[in-house]
Design a protein around this ligand. Structure first.
Ligand SMILES: Nc1nc2c(ncn2[C@@H]2O[C@H](COP(=O)(O)OP(=O)(O)OP(=O)(O)O)[C@@H](O)[C@H]2O)c(=O)[nH]1
Ligand SMILES: [Mg+2]
Length: 324
């Protein structure tokens, strides 16, 4: 604690042995399938969540899957509707300071394509492919673009948007609000006729072992892993810690807290649950049923406010320097 900011300055997991990791079997399979398809790929579009431009991205891990960066590469930071325009320039600088070779960066919003970079993806990819040495594919007129990234960042959504815009055809890739909707590398999907462009959707893949606790919690907070892996109570506590540490007190009004900012998650959730009338019946050891505030329901709603941008535009990595 400090006099200037009376709240926590570091976040610790409740148990020393706990790790926020998620690497189910379909990710191992997905990695293998990606590597098998790489020979027929002309450009790789890496999609990530704009609210965590650093967390969950490892250029070393990415290169292991994609064969050391020989293919043209675009980094797309999606869900920019939840980040806002002001922070974009700072993020580009932050990314390039960490990874100087990163040249092609776009910010996109699948929910409203008009004012975002979604429509720049194909022209940028086409240009990069035409300028690249295509090795075994130099005689092929068609372009294959592989979409990759961590789970739930909008990979399949971007394919659907581009197919709809360029071909006026309906969605071809399954989309969903939970992590792990796409579970294997599918057949290529046609996106454009002239030049002929296909996209290959892939399952979201995380690093097999995330050793940085805060990185794991940020991935959990934006929904890159199922909530039960970290647990909603822990995710909500991390969110509260982050907001207080960065003096982002919009949550106080949003949750209707009477006593102002507070760093105690149980007190915050209890107050919020009271305001919202979230109660449940709990059977006690003596058989009596007691009506109590429903802290889990309150935690879920608090997290959902963050995920839908109702706590303001937030870059969770604003002061981060992960080793890539
Ligand atoms: N707010 C917002 N939500 C988005 C955007 N793009 C996609 N989504 C939502 O994010 C969720 C995940 O989208 P998907 O396209 O299934 O993500 P994915 O990366 O293919 O996910 P996996 O297949 O599970 O790895 C869905 O609920 C989408 O509606 C965006 O630009 N803004
Ligand atoms: Mg998908």
């Amino acid at each position: 604690m400090s006099a200037a900011n009376p709240f926590r300055t570091t976040f610790r997991l409740p148990s020393r042995n706990q790790r926020i990791n998620w690497f189910p079997g379909h990710m191992t399979k997905g990695m293998r399938q990606i590597q098998q398809k790489l020979r027929s790929v002309d450009c790789i579009v890496e999609i990530h969540d704009a609210r965590i431009p650093m967390a969950g991205r490892s250029s070393q891990f990415f290169d292991t899957i994609t064969g050391n960066g020989v293919k043209p590469h675009i980094l797309v930071l999606n869900k920019v509707d939840l980040l806002g325009p002001k922070q974009q320039r700072g993020i580009v600088k932050q990314l390039r300071d960490q990874q100087p070779e990163l040249r092609n960066i776009l910010f996109t919003n699948c929910k409203d394509q008009r004012n975002s970079g979604v429509l720049d993806i194909l022209p940028m990819a086409t240009k990069l492919v035409s300028e690249s040495s295509r090795f075994n594919r130099s005689n092929s007129a068609e372009h294959n673009i592989m979409i990759m990234g961590v789970p739930n960042v909008g990979k399949s959504s971007i394919i659907n948007v581009l197919r709809n815009v360029h071909l006026k055809k309906k969605s071809a890739a399954r989309v969903g609000a939970e992590a792990g909707i796409t579970r294997s590398v599918g057949e290529r999907i046609k996106i454009q006729e002239q030049p002929l462009v296909y996209m290959i959707d892939t399952p979201g893949i995380l690093q097999p072992s995330v050793t940085d606790d805060e990185m794991g919690l940020k991935l959990a907070l934006v929904g890159c892993l199922p909530d039960h892996i970290a647990g909603e109570d822990l995710i909500a506590d991390y969110l509260l810690y982050w907001l207080n540490k960065h003096r982002r007190y919009e949550y106080v009004d949003k949750l209707g807290l009477q006593g102002g900012p507070n760093d105690n998650i149980t007190a915050v959730l209890a107050d919020f649950a009271q305001q919202q009338g979230m109660f449940h019946r709990v059977k006690q050891y003596n058989g009596q049923v007691e009506v109590m505030t429903n802290l889990l329901a309150a935690a879920r709603k608090f997290i959902s406010y963050f995920r839908t941008g109702q706590l303001g535009a937030i870059n969770l990595d604003e002061e981060c320097t992960y080793q890539s």
